[in-house]
Ligand binder design. Structure first.
Ligand SMILES: CCCC/C=C/CC(=O)SCCNC(=O)CCNC(=O)[C@H](O)C(C)(C)COP(=O)(O)OP(=O)(O)OC[C@H]1O[C@@H](n2cnc3c(N)ncnc32)[C@H](O)[C@@H]1OP(=O)(O)O
Length: 361
């Protein structure tokens, strides 16, 4: 009997994972301030407020875990559920992530979730963190981070997993991966993400020193895409979003992040003996669906590329159309910073996808 009711509870939890959360009211819908029709109804949970605009297909998602938006297990879970909900609703193509707490975008991991907790809790917590990263990094939605406050460590990870970052120009709002200063070693997938964003040498320095960049430096190093006065963060994020959504089949939709980005749980990167898998094998393990289905839509050179060797610059130049080559960051990162061949492959694929996908009517 106890077993049966336990199973029923587990089933309910699987169907409605938010039911496990303390004090969560996910799914509640109420009119947004100043809103009227369906396009302006907001929903969310205790710690994540979602303001959807169906007309534009963009939702603003606000982290609301005062005072500093520490990533508690509840906040992580609610974020994942809210993103999932928007992804499943085909009305939406973009999400702006921002903070509802003054002066802090997100303080990173909630240290109270890992200090003095038992290993099982730490494992559950870590899994939730990775889940959020995968959910954001591989999202089919365009994600723009409107960073309206301090953005250290795990906050920076969330921002890094977005397609674009707009930071408020306030010297107190520093951003970066400072975990080494706390004795936390960044996992390799996080290192790769940093490298992909700010380059190899800058990442090496910043990670080892645990640097937190003030806005001007963050812009200079390429960690953020725009620095604007605080009262313009939201509007700039919306403009950026419009730019991304204007591209046919862009980083937003079905193929974008899957080709550009790399799933990276350790068991897919390494074999049982801990040896790093060859890039092509790791890519296949991450994206079997990509290898089986999505490649059909690509240029044959690309399809060959994902299963073949890491691309050389010469090969890239032979394959890439001129208009993709005109984007030096994309191609430069792919060709010249080959620290992670899988990333290189996936970036190359995304570049080529853009070039070869038919325009939407
Ligand atoms: C898969 C991921 C692998 C990567 C790993 C990531 C590692 C991390 O994310 S570790 C967390 C690193 N975070 C930080 O180093 C941020 C530390 N906090 C700050 O720098 C500041 O608190 C702030 C800039 C975010 C905000 O400053 P402010 O002056 O407004 O507030 P405070 O008075 O400093 O803090 C208020 C309150 O919150 C407590 N607190 C701060 N940070 C955390 C945290 N990360 N976890 C839990 N609690 C935190 C702080 O102790 C204060 O508590 P009391 O009011 O009780 O003193």
């Amino acid at each position: 009997m106890a077993l049966a009711s336990g199973v029923r509870f587990a089933e309910r939890a699987l169907l409605r994972p938010w039911a496990l959360l303390r004090g969560t009211t996910l799914g509640r819908t109420e009119p947004a301030a100043g809103g009227g029709g369906d396009g302006a109804r907001r929903f969310g949970s205790q710690r994540v407020l979602v303001e959807p605009d169906a007309a534009s297909g963009v939702a603003v998602m606000k982290l609301r875990n005062p005072p500093i938006n520490a990533l508690s297990l509840e906040l992580l879970t609610e974020l994942v559920i809210s993103l999932e909900k928007l992804e499943n609703d085909k009305t939406f193509r973009g999400v702006i992530l921002t903070s509802d707490c003054p002066r802090v975008f997100c303080a990173g991991l909630d240290l109270t979730e890992i200090c003095g907790r038992n290993p099982a809790h730490c494992a559950e917590y870590w899994k939730a963190m990775q889940e959020l990263w995968l959910r954001t990094y591989l999202s089919s939605l365009v994600l723009v981070a409107a960073i309206n406050g301090a953005c250290p460590a795990g906050g920076c990870i969330i921002a890094l997993s977005c397609d674009c970052r707009v930071l408020a120009d306030n010297p107190k709002y520093r951003i970066g991966l400072n975990e080494t200063l706390l004795g936390i070693i960044a996992p390799f997938w996080l290192k790769d993400t940093y490298v992909n964003t700010i380059g190899h040498r800058a990442s090496e320095q910043a990670l080892q020193l645990g640097s937190l960049f003030p806005p001007a430096e963050a812009l200079q190093v390429g960690l953020v895409d725009q620095v604007v006065p605080e009262d313009q963060v939201q509007s700039t994020a919306l403009s950026e979003m419009a730019r991304w959504l204007a591209v046919p089949e862009p980083g937003s939709s079905q193929v974008g992040p899957i080709f550009f980005r790399s799933r990276a749980p350790a068991d897919q990167e390494h074999d049982a003996k801990g040896h790093r898998r060859p890039p092509a094998e790791a890519a296949r393990r991450r994206h079997p669906e990509l290898c089986q289905l999505r490649l059909q839509r690509l240029h044959p050179e690309v399809a060959a590329g994902v299963l073949g060797e890491a691309p050389t610059e010469e090969r890239l130049r032979a394959v890439l159309p001129a208009r993709v080559l005109a984007k030096p960051i994309l191609v430069g990162t792919v060709a010249l910073e080959d620290s992670s061949p899988v990333f290189a492959h996936l970036k190359l694929l995304r570049a080529l996808c853009f070039a070869h996908l038919p325009r939407r009517p």
